[in-house]
Design a protein around this ligand. Structure first.
Ligand SMILES: Cc1cc2nc3c(=O)[nH]c(=O)nc-3n(C[C@H](O)[C@H](O)[C@H](O)COP(=O)(O)OP(=O)(O)OC[C@H]3O[C@@H](n4cnc5c(N)ncnc54)[C@H](O)[C@@H]3O)c2cc1C
Length: 439
C-alpha cells in the first residue's frame, strides 16, 4: 500500500496500515470495539489531494479483497465491492449491454471513493456520479453490517456524499441504463464573447461538454477549447428537459459556437502528448471507452499536479469566468488547465450540486503547493460571492462557517455522522476542520 496519495503531495500519518484479504478479516477489524480499538479510515485509490482519507489510527485498503461485479440485466443494476474502480467494472457492464450514465475524467478512481467526495463528469442533464447509487452496504463503527437503500433509508442523502465518515462501504449497487455510444469532438478557438454570453447553450451542446479557456498572461480575453462528447443514440428529448442538442447532424457541423473542429488528437493541456486521452475526432465507440478523458492504461492528466474545483449556480458561469480573467497572468503562472463543466442538481446533503444546477470550474495546478495555497483565498474571495462550493477531494481554503452557510442541510449531515459513529472512530482532522465533527 502506498504511503502517499496519488499526486504525492500528501503523506498519510496513520499509525498503522491494514490490508485485509478476506471479508472475515475486515469484519474482525471493525468488530474490535474494545478500549484499544483505535480510529480507522479507508484509503482507496488516493486520488484526493488533501488529508480527507487520513487517520491517526489504522488506514485500511480494500484492494486485496475479492472483486465483486454482479450485473443483474433484468433489474439493470450492478453490485460491486467497496474497493472496485470504474475501470474494473465498466467492461462487464458494457458486455451485458448496459452502461453507467456518466464517468469522471478518469476511470482509475474507486467508485466508493469517488462518491465520497462528490465526484462528477459533465453534462447539463448529468448529476454527480453518486446519482447512480441505489444501495450501500456499510460496516459501521460497532462492526454491524447495514444496508442503506435509496428509496427506504432516510440517511441515504447523507451517505450519497459520505466523506468516509459513516463506516466502511463494503459494497454498492449502481443503477444502469441500456448501453450507448459516444463520439468526442474537440473544438478550438471558441471566442470569449460567445463563451460568456452563450454559456448555457454551449454547455448543452452535447451530452457532456468541457470548456477549457486558454488564459493569456496579460488578462486579454482568451479563446477556449471545448471537448464535446455526443451520445448515440441521443437521449430521448423528453428525458432531457434541459435542451441538450445531441445529434448526428450536430456532430458533423464544422462550427461550434465559433470554434472549429481540431484535426488531430488534443490533450486538455495544450502542448502535452495526447496519447493518454480517449479517442476523439468524432470516432464513435462505447461509453466506457469515451466518456472519461483519459484511458485506463495511461496516466491521467499529468500525474505531477495539484487540483482545485468550485461548483456554483450555472447562471453565474459568465461572472465566474470574468473573475478568473481578471486574475491576469497569476492564473496561467500556476494553472496548467482550467476545465469548466456542468453538473445537474441533486438532493444529496453534502453534494456540491445540492439543489443547484451547477457550473464546475476546475484547475489543474503545477505542483507548487505553497503557491496554490497562497492563491486559494483570493480565488475564493472572487468566486465565493457567486456561491462557490469546493470539491471535497481537492485543495480548498473555505472555512467551516462558510461551508455551513453553503449547505442548507450541513447540520443534518453532521447529526447523521454523529448517529452513525457516536465515538468518532472515523473522525479525522479533515472532518473537524470542515465542521462535521468536533471529536
Ligand atoms: C487525475 C485526476 C483526475 C480527477 N478527475 C476528476 C473529475 O473528473 N471529476 C471529479 O469530480 N473529481 C476528479 N478527481 C478527484 C477524484 O475523483 C476524487 O478525489 C475522488 O474522491 C478520489 O477517489 P479515490 O477512489 O481515489 O478515493 P480516495 O482519495 O482514496 O478516498 C476518498 C474518500 O473516500 C473514502 N473512501 C474510499 N473508499 C471507501 C470505502 N470503501 N468506505 C468508506 N470510505 C471510503 C476515503 O476514506 C476518503 O475519505 C480527479 C483526481 C485526479 C487525481
Amino acid at each position: 500500500m502506498r504511503h502517499t496519495n496519488w499526486a504525492g503531495n500528501y503523506r498519510y500519518r496513520a499509525a498503522a496500515l491494514a490490508e485485509p484479504t478476506t471479508a472475515a478479516q475486515l469484519r474482525d477489524l471493525l468488530a474490535d470495539t474494545g478500549p484499544a480499538a483505535g480510529r480507522l479510515r479507508v484509503a482507496a485509490t488516493g486520488h484526493t489531494f488533501n488529508d480527507l482519507p487520513d487517520t491517526t489510527g489504522t488506514l485500511l485498503t480494500l484492494r486485496s479483497l475479492p472483486r465483486v461485479c454482479e450485473v443483474d440485466t433484468a433489474a439493470r443494476t450492478v453490485r460491486i465491492d467497496g474497493g472496485a474502480s470504474y475501470g474494473e467494472i465498466a467492461p462487464a457492464v458494457q458486455a451485458a449491454g448496459l452502461a453507467l450514465p456518466n464517468l469522471a475524467s478518469l476511470p482509475h478512481i474507486s467508485v466508493a471513493g469517488a462518491i465520497a467526495t462528490g465526484t462528477h463528469g459533465s453534462g447539463v442533464g448529468n448529476k454527480m456520479l453518486a446519482d447512480a447509487v441505489v444501495g450501500f452496504e456499510v460496516l459501521t463503527a460497532d462492526g454491524e453490517l447495514r444496508q442503506v437503500g435509496r428509496d427506504d433509508d432516510p440517511d441515504f442523502p447523507a451517505l450519497a456524499t459520505h466523506l468516509g465518515a459513516f463506516g466502511v462501504i463494503t459494497a454498492l449497487t449502481l443503477r444502469l441504463e441500456p448501453t450507448f455510444d459516444v463520439a468526442t469532438t474537440v473544438y478550438l478557438g471558441l471566442p470569449w464573447d460567445r463563451l460568456t454570453t452563450e454559456f448555457a447553450q454551449i454547455a448543452a451542446g452535447g451530452y457532456s461538454v468541457s470548456v477549457l479557456p486558454q488564459w493569456t498572461q496579460d488578462g486579454a480575453a482568451p479563446e477556449s477549447m471545448a471537448f464535446v462528447k455526443r451520445r448515440f443514440p441521443a437521449v430521448a428529448r423528453e428525458e432531457t428537459p434541459r435542451g441538450v442538442t445531441d445529434s448526428a447532424a450536430a456532430a458533423s457541423t464544422p462550427d461550434f459556437f465559433g470554434g472549429r473542429p481540431a484535426d488531430r488528437m488534443m490533450h486538455l493541456t495544450p502542448g502535452v502528448d495526447p496519447s493518454a486521452c480517449t479517442p476523439q475526432l468524432g470516432d464513435v465507440g462505447p461509453w466506457h471507452l469515451r466518456l472519461a478523458h483519459f484511458r485506463l492504461e495511461a496516466t491521467p492528466s499529468s500525474g505531477d499536479e495539484l487540483q482545485t474545483e468550485y461548483l456554483m449556480p450555472i447562471g453565474n458561469a459568465a461572472a465566474a469566468l470574468e473573475q478568473l480573467r481578471q486574475l491576469g497572468g497569476r492564473l496561467p503562472a500556476l494553472a496548467t488547465t482550467t476545465e469548466v463543466r456542468t453538473v445537474a442538481a441533486d438532493d444529496f446533503w453534502l453534494s456540491p450540486a445540492y439543489q443547484t444546477d451547477s457550473v464546475a470550474v476546475h484547475f489543474t495546478w503545477k505542483p507548487d503547493q505553497p503557491g496554490v495555497q497562497a492563491l486559494l483565498p483570493e480565488l475564493e474571495a472572487r468566486l465565493g460571492p457567486l456561491g462557490a462550493r469546493p470539491h471535497w477531494g481537492k485543495l480548498f481554503a473555505t472555512p467551516a462557517d462558510r461551508l455551513n452557510q453553503l449547505y442548507p442541510r450541513f447540520g443534518d449531515a453532521a447529526d447523521a455522522v454523529q448517529r452513525w459513529d457516536p465515538n468518532g472512530r472515523f473522525s479525522n482532522d479533515f472532518l473537524r476542520r470542515v465542521g462535521l465533527r468536533i471529536d
